[in-house]
Ligand binder design. Sequence first.
Ligand SMILES: O=C(COP(=O)(O)O)N(O)CCCCOP(=O)(O)O
Ligand SMILES: [Ca+2]
Ligand code: NA
Ligand SMILES: [Zn+2]
Length: 307
Amino acid sequence: PLVTSKEMFQKAYEGGYAVGAFNVNNMEIIQGIVEAGKEENAPLILQVSAGARKYAKPVYLRKLVEAAIEDTGLPIVLHLDHGENFEICKACVDDGFTSVMIDGSKHPFEENIAITKQVVEYAHERGVVVEAELGKLAGIEDNVKVTEREATFTDPDQAVEFVERTGVDSLAVAIGTSHGAYKFKGEPKLDFERLEKITKMLPGFPLVLHGASTVLPEFVESCNKYGGSIPGAKGVPEEMLKKAAGMGVCKINIDTDLRLAMTASVRKYLAENPSEFDPRKYLGAGRDAIKEMVRHKIKNVLGCNGK
Ligand SMILES: O=C(COP(=O)(O)O)N(O)CCCCOP(=O)(O)O
Ligand SMILES: [Ca+2]
Ligand code: NA
Ligand SMILES: [Zn+2]
């Protein structure tokens, strides 16, 4: 069924695991993710960015997610990722989403609170849950001054005040991750001390990790082997994700690993089958790669299989 993430996160918090939040943009990506969820009997969060709504049109994504639910019977959350303002959050609540993110992290603290409260009020009135963000996603290099790190990562004391004053259901925290395939110049590092402190100060409150793709080496190598060029791509080691899942993190966002799985497989298929021009062949190869990658994440990283 189409569900909110409320119960999902409570179970994940108590169980010491996390639920995967996967970005969706077309049929094959959705099918790959949902097939994996079905095989592992796992709850799923399918999330839609503003860019996805522009690319596919909202009605297509909504109907594809409805189809996924009808096809599998899985508990699935339809979530707006990185809602930039009240209007898009309202549109998605009115469009049947069960969860929305209002990303006010680029605003000063008080403005972030104000816009988040506005979305919480509108969403809660209609049984929809809200994710907000405090702190700025940015991989911080070792040689960066501590003051800069303080300015970007989530401040635990502010997090407590933010949650109390907004009534938000989950909070995206900045502890050193960043979006995309180039997360770290040097060794991957997350601020687990900070995560530990936030978890302790907000016991039982679901935290969200953005920028959590591993940038799986097998796909980077395959992309580069078959005509791509993404040298130096680096993501979050899976051990770190497992550690975060065991703490207050209940939602782990994955988009880049989906893009790499699809792209590596399409490149490989086309390179190995030069005479083939049936989209079902190469998009099907991409779908299969996504399914296997998501199954791996569910079983070996998130721990939400069979939950
Ligand atoms: O936290 C994440 C994913 O992080 P990742 O890049 O590590 O997978 N996300 O929130 C996904 C961001 C997706 C942006 O999509 P558009 O290009 O449509 O704007
Ligand atoms: Ca942000
Ligand atoms: Na957890
Ligand atoms: Zn994000």
